[in-house]
Design a binder for this molecule. Structure first.
Ligand SMILES: C=C1C[C@]23C[C@H]1CC[C@H]2[C@@]12CCC[C@@](C)(C(=O)O1)[C@H]2[C@@H]3C(=O)O
Ligand SMILES: O=C(O)CCC(=O)C(=O)O
Ligand SMILES: [Fe+2]
Length: 329
């Protein structure tokens, strides 16, 4: 049995201030069936209202998903000293509890990988892990590309690949993350508060494509500041609008604030493909979305500049505000 001393208990973050609870009947998370002809309109609506939606009939073979899940489970079950051999996430590698370089602490361990280089994961059979990763990432990338083309279509942006080409570019700075949230011992879950698995934040990229096992924990924040739990569904994917897409739509879409709370019984395993543009890409509202003399709400910046700023500010900060033009008073 593991006995946790008081200082060890105190180092984790809890949800202290209870935000307004979502209404008695919280809104249902939009579900987009990618095989339906009107899915682009549903995507636009969901991006405007929630910055978040679930996709079904996505075309990613269940076999690819299960294989990667099983490889990731094997990896996270290794003793710490084995996992550590993968190297720290500087920027890519194995991380434990410290979420990113800022000292934010979560009840989580993870592998952070780049999507355009074979990773060096320390497992018994790295070749099998790599093959599972490559199959999964290629299929998810294709689906993400299709979704971004539907977004462009739905917004009447020309050409259709104006958004998708950024993540399809050879130089795209996309990242892939495997998160493992072990069951959190009850001693850490004090009355009325939950241990944080991953602190609240928005994803800085264009969109993120998330798949998890059947364990709950993911929550999204609604426009009124309340939080709702996302019912897990291991057959589907969840799409987050990221900060970059908020800027490219000049604020018409909002990036979704989300977090993960620890579960006391089951472990949660999530795999997330973060679709990023090339580092040198200018992140700015798409010209075809700007009507008449409409101005950009944001200053000019590149993905490199935004990423640097996101990594140096703390998780919960509304980091896009540094890039907003100050409204004339
Ligand atoms: C505290 C952190 C940890 C960061 C950077 C910084 C703020 C936002 C985090 C994320 C969140 C989305 C995925 C990720 C890969 C990203 O791009 O931004 C994460 C990154 C990391 O895990 O390194
Ligand atoms: O693990 C999850 O379900 C979400 C984690 C997350 O938001 C992230 O890694 O950016
Ligand atoms: Fe996230």
């Amino acid at each position: 049995m593991v006995i946790l001393s008081k200082p060890a208990i105190e180092q984790f973050s809890y949800i202290r201030n209870k935000q307004p609870a979502a209404a008695l009947f919280p809104p249902l998370i939009p579900v987009v069936d990618l095989s339906k002809p009107d899915s682009k309109h549903q995507i636009i609506k969901a991006c405007e209202e929630f910055g978040f939606f679930k996709v079904i009939n996505h075309g990613v073979p269940m076999e690819f998903i299960s294989r990667l899940e099983s490889e990731a489970t094997k990896f996270f079950s290794l003793p710490f000293c084995e996992k550590e051999k993968t190297g720290q996430p500087k920027p890519y590698g194995y991380g434990n509890k410290r979420i990113g370089p800022n000292g934010d602490v979560g009840w989580v361990e993870y592998l952070l990988l780049t999507t355009n280089q074979d990773p060096n994961i320390s497992t018994e059979n790295p070749e099998i892990f790599r093959a599972a990763l490559n199959n999964y990432m290629a299929a998810v990338k294709e689906m993400a590309c299709e979704i971004l083309e539907m977004v462009a279509d739905g917004l009447k942006i020309q050409p259709r690949n104006a958004l998708s080409k950024l993540m399809m570019d050879e130089q795209s700075d996309s990242v892939f993350r495997l998160n493992h949230y072990p069951p959190c011992p009850d001693v850490l879950q004090s009355l009325n508060s939950n241990v944080i698995g991953f602190g609240e934040h928005t994803d800085p990229q264009i969109i993120s494509v998330l798949r998890s096992n059947n364990t709950s924990g993911l929550q999204i924040s609604l426009k009124d500041g309340s939080w709702i739990s996302v019912p897990p569904d291991h057959h589907s994917f969840f799409i987050n609008v990221g900060d970059s897409l908020q800027v490219m739509t000049n604020g018409r879409f909002k990036s979704v604030k989300h977090r993960v709370v620890a579960n006391s019984v089951k472990s949660r395993l999530s795999m997330i493909y973060f679709c990023g543009p090339p580092l040198s890409e200018k992140i700015a509202p798409l010209p075809s979305l700007m009507r008449g003399d409409q101005q950009s709400l944001y200053k000019e910046f590149t993905w490199f500049e935004y990423k640097r700023s996101a990594y140096s500010s703390r998780l919960a900060d509304n980091r896009l505000t540094h890039f907003e033009k100050i409204a004339a008073s």
